[in-house]
Design a protein around this ligand. Structure first.
Ligand code: URA
Length: 276
């Protein structure tokens, strides 16, 4: 492959960059990237049914066995157009946010919302959080997870020795369903293009689905959240953890210990031990 031709796969890209690096190039100029359109086949979920299984049989320290899925022949490794400098990620997200602000795909939501709630946080975050949908506080402030559940989420983040700003936070829906009802499948599918584009732009290493609505929609599964938690799944090249929604924890505080176990699992996978 010529050094000047754009790489075709992520492996090509790695080889191409290594070639430049060996030639003494340490920085490449930033390209003016066009707004990304997802090819239709990539907009489909890439849920790999074979999870990354946590093996706790023989050790105190959990070991992750990454099983190679045989049933899904989908290559979900990041494609070259997914790798962009942070400044371009920020610009791509704000272009997308403008488009979302004008969205009228869900007639009811578009007429009842105060504003759209796009997402917030580091455009280059290692971890992306996905919740369900904005509530009344989020609808009023235009930011996800700012109400009671959001305050608990912030506490969980801080207990993990991180700051809210280091994470990218968004929802399955970008508009508040009236009366905080669950998003309908149609609403979730209308909003899916935006979610998938946010994932592509941020390109996180980890995604946390907070609650069953997020897990079910992202991974296209009917498995209850209590069965999903405690394992890592995969979506679009990111490892995915599903755990209880902070609103559920407000109603059922004893479940906090399971969320903490899930955070320990997530951070252990990053090589970080969270205090017990
Ligand atoms: N609950 C969610 O799932 N998302 C929010 O943004 C707020 C509450």
């Amino acid at each position: 492959m010529s050094d000047f031709l754009p790489p075709l796969t992520s492996r090509d890209l790695r080889e191409w960059l290594t070639g430049w690096q060996m030639a003494g190039v340490t920085q490449l100029p930033e390209a003016e990237l066009p707004e990304m359109e997802l090819p239709t086949e990539q907009a489909a979920p890439v849920y790999q049914k074979a999870p990354i299984v946590l093996n706790t049989d023989s050790q105190n320290e959990p070991e992750l066995l990454i099983s190679t899925p045989t049933d899904v022949p989908h290559d979900s490794s990041p494609t070259p157009e997914m790798i962009m400098p942070p400044a371009n990620q920020k610009a791509a997200l704000s272009r997308l946010a403008k488009k979302v602000a004008e969205c009228t795909r869900c007639q009811e939501l578009a007429t009842t919302r105060t504003q759209t709630v796009f997402g917030v946080g580091d455009p280059n975050a290692k971890i992306m959080f996905i919740g369900e949908a904005p509530g009344a506080d989020e609808d009023a402030q235009g930011e996800p997870f700012v109400g009671r559940a959001g305050k608990l989420l912030t506490k969980i983040i801080e207990a993990c020795d991180m700051q809210r700003e280091e994470i990218y936070i968004c929802n399955i829906l970008r508009c508040r369903p009236p009366g905080n009802r669950n998003p309908s499948p149609e609403e979730a599918s209308h909003c899916r293009e935006y979610l998938d584009k946010q994932i592509k732009i941020v390109n996180p290493e980890y995604i946390v689905c907070w609650g069953s609505v997020a897990a079910k929609n992202l991974l296209d599964t009917e498995t209850p959240i209590g069965k999903m938690r405690g394992e890592l799944y995969e979506y679009a090249g990111a490892k995915v953890l599903c755990t209880y929604h902070p609103s559920y924890l407000l109603r059922n505080p004893p479940a906090k210990k399971f969320v903490w176990e899930d955070m320990q699992l997530l951070f252990a996978d990053m090589g970080i031990t969270l205090k017990s």
